[in-house]
Each structure stands twice: as structure tokens, then as C-alpha cells.
Design a protein. Sequence first.
Length: 270
Amino acid sequence: MQFASIAKLATALTLALSLAPQGALAQEKNKVKVGISVGSAEAIFDVVKKVAARDGLEIQTVVFSDYLQPNAALAAGDLDANAFQHQPYLDSQVKTRGYKIVPVGLTITAPLGIYSKKYRAIDQLPNGAAIGIQNDPSNGNRALLLLQKAGLIKLKAGAGENGVNATPLDVIDNPKKLKLVELDAAQLPRSLDDLAAASINNDYAFKAGLSLQKDTIAVEDPRGRYANIIATRTDDKDKPWVKKLVDAYHSDEVRKFIETEYKGSLVPAF
């Protein structure tokens, strides 16, 4: 009888251990890798790291210099999360690449600007001026919408709205015969000397020492639909560490840092 009881106990213990990853014995993840872009995100995440550490979460940031690698690295499992993109860009990536990646929280809005070193106003742009725009669908769409808002071009009806990305082929009116030069987003600041103006994402502009207030001739609405997000793999979205990460970013400490440090060139979206 004693041996039978021991056998039953051993069986019960084995069963409990086999269920442990889903039960009380499962260890909560306390260290995560987050992919971010060069520039302002590095400084912001220095504050996020400090806040998260007080809640028992260690954040290691991995800095990327382009917009293609962070989602690929997240999908491959090399990252736990990333924080570099807006929802329309993620939607485009999911559609074209099949990523199982979802948003879990808002971060900042980084208004897109048309920058120029040669001209101080939109109406100073000469006929035939070369204007650089991003060659990826989502940010290229933003650039075209901003050029349209500035009165430089007109897009065909429906282009650029409701998830339909506009391209230069959708331009139906171009009074100044502007030459739209499509380049990788990271190359645009370096190409600005050779262009009349260029659409540049805030993080790349910041890294290049350009000012949204001083160096732009047109600026996107800072509270439009292009708020940036924290994203994770779909399977991880409800994990406890995700809440800690998002809560750390949404803290008053981080909000005050963004508002004080960037004075409107970056806007908290949370």
C-alpha cells in the first residue's frame, strides 16, 4: 500500500510539472528586446527603461537605421517588440509580408515635414524643382498627401485615403512640374543638398540635425492618423510583460520628457 501511494504521488507530481508552463510555476518574462529607430527614440527609451526597471522589467533596445528590418526581426523572434512605426505602415507590412504582428500601445506622433535648405516657403519652389519623397508605400503616401495639402500637387480621387496608398502615378495635377524623386527614407537627409526640398521622417531629420520648426516649408498635422505604436507578435500581445512595457511608456515621466525635450516636434499620442 505504501509503494502504491508513492507511485500515485510521483504520477501526480509529474503531471503537475508537465502543466507548469501554463500554471503557477511558470516564470514571468522579465527581460525583453525592443527594436527602435535611430534618433529621438533612443533618448525616449532611456527614460522608458528606468520606469520599467522599477516594475521589474529590463528593456534592451536594438537600434535600426531603416524601416524594413525591425518587423522582420520581430517576426523572426529576434525581438520581443518594436516601437518605430505607425499603424498604416504596419498594415502595409502585414498585407505584403504576412507578419503576425499587432499594435499593443501608442507612443508618439512624429509629424512629417517637407524640409529645404534652399527655400523658406512653399511658394518659393521653382518650376521643375526636384522633391524627394520616401520610396516605401506608407511614407511615400504621407509625403504625397502633404504635398497635396500644401497645394503643390493634386491626387486622383480616393488615392492616399482609406488604406489605399498613393504613388506618383496618381498625381493628376502638377502645376509647377515638380520632379518627384523616390528614395529610401534614410537617404533623404543626405540627399537634401541635391534637392530643392524633401519629405523627411522626424527620426531621420532629428538625427541629421534638422529642426521641424526651422527647416520645414510644410508640416503634417501632429495629431493625424500617423501616431506611432508599440507592436508585438500576435501570440504575445496579452503577456504580462507587454502591459509593463506599455505602462512604462505611458508613464507621466515619459510624457513630461517628450513634451519638455522636443517642444512639439514630437507629441505624446497616449
